[in-house]
Ligand binder design. Structure first.
Ligand SMILES: Nc1ncnc2c1ncn2[C@@H]1O[C@H](COP(=O)(O)OP(=O)(O)OP(=O)(O)O)[C@@H](O)[C@H]1O
Ligand SMILES: O=C(O)C1=C[C@@H](O)[C@@H](O)[C@H](O)C1
Ligand SMILES: [Mg+2]
Length: 199
């Protein structure tokens, strides 16, 4: 990497850490957007802990997301998800990659907007589809026409995801580039927001 680029990245990392303070950096977006993959990289780059809410739910329940949906239904899964996010939002800083439905819950969204810093990883349908169709682990896509279901979710959810503090275009570029863009976008928030305290 050229010296100028490296020093810009270092400045962005320092800036993003300052902007974040004790807050959690919360990745939101549809299935396949890269919340887990990019979130993990951003956490490594910022040198703060990383938690993925889907993994945390699987850890505490000792069941997979698919098993939870199967055994208890979506409503119970959402209740568990809300409890997990509420607990995680009480301390920081960390990178918190959320399940695709987390930001759709009004109370959770308010909590994230008030006490965290949110990044929407926005991706086109074809990119999402190419990624999620490789595995059949996502219960919401077990439908007769999963690509249409994903497209419907995109229509419903994009206006809500757009409420996130920052939007970063997720695409088939190297993950490090997308992660660096997210960090730069956060660093640019410096001075644009009052410091928000964790409740
Ligand atoms: N920029 C990228 N280039 C290539 N592949 C990517 C990129 N970002 C993510 N991926 C891949 O796409 C797949 C989906 O990414 P990931 O699991 O991070 O999505 P997610 O937003 O966490 O989805 P979910 O809501 O289902 O957990 C993974 O295999 C990941 O490695
Ligand atoms: O978009 C969603 O509602 C979901 C996304 C996944 O991350 C999982 O949280 C679950 O499959 C539901
Ligand atoms: Mg994920």
């Amino acid at each position: 990497m050229a010296g100028v680029q490296a020093s810009t990245l270092e400045q962005d990392i320092a800036g993003a850490r300052r902007v974040l303070g004790h807050r959690n950096l919360v990745f939101v977006g549809l299935m396949g957007a890269g919340k887990s993959a990019i979130g993990r990289l951003v956490a490594q780059m910022l040198e703060i802990p990383f938690v993925d809410s889907d993994h945390e739910i699987e850890r505490v329940s000792r069941m997979t997301i698919a098993e939870l949906f199967e055994a208890y239904g979506e409503a119970e899964f959402r209740a568990l998800e809300t409890r997990v996010i509420t607990r995680l939002m009480k301390t920081g800083p960390r990178v918190l990659s959320t399940g695709g439905g987390v930001f759709m819950n009004e109370a959770t969204r308010s909590r994230v907007l008030k006490s965290g810093l949110s990044v929407w990883l926005k991706a086109d349908l074809d990119i999402l589809w190419a990624r999620v169709s490789k595995r059949d682990t996502r219960p919401l896509l077990k439908t007769a026409n999963p690509k249409q279901t994903l497209s419907d979710l995109l229509d419903q959810r994009y206006p809500v995801y757009a409420l996130a503090d920052v939007t970063v275009q997720s695409r088939d570029d190297v993950k490090e580039t997308i992660a660096a863009e997210a960090i730069a976008a956060i660093a640019r928030l410096a001075g644009g927001q009052d410091e928000i305290q964790i409740s």
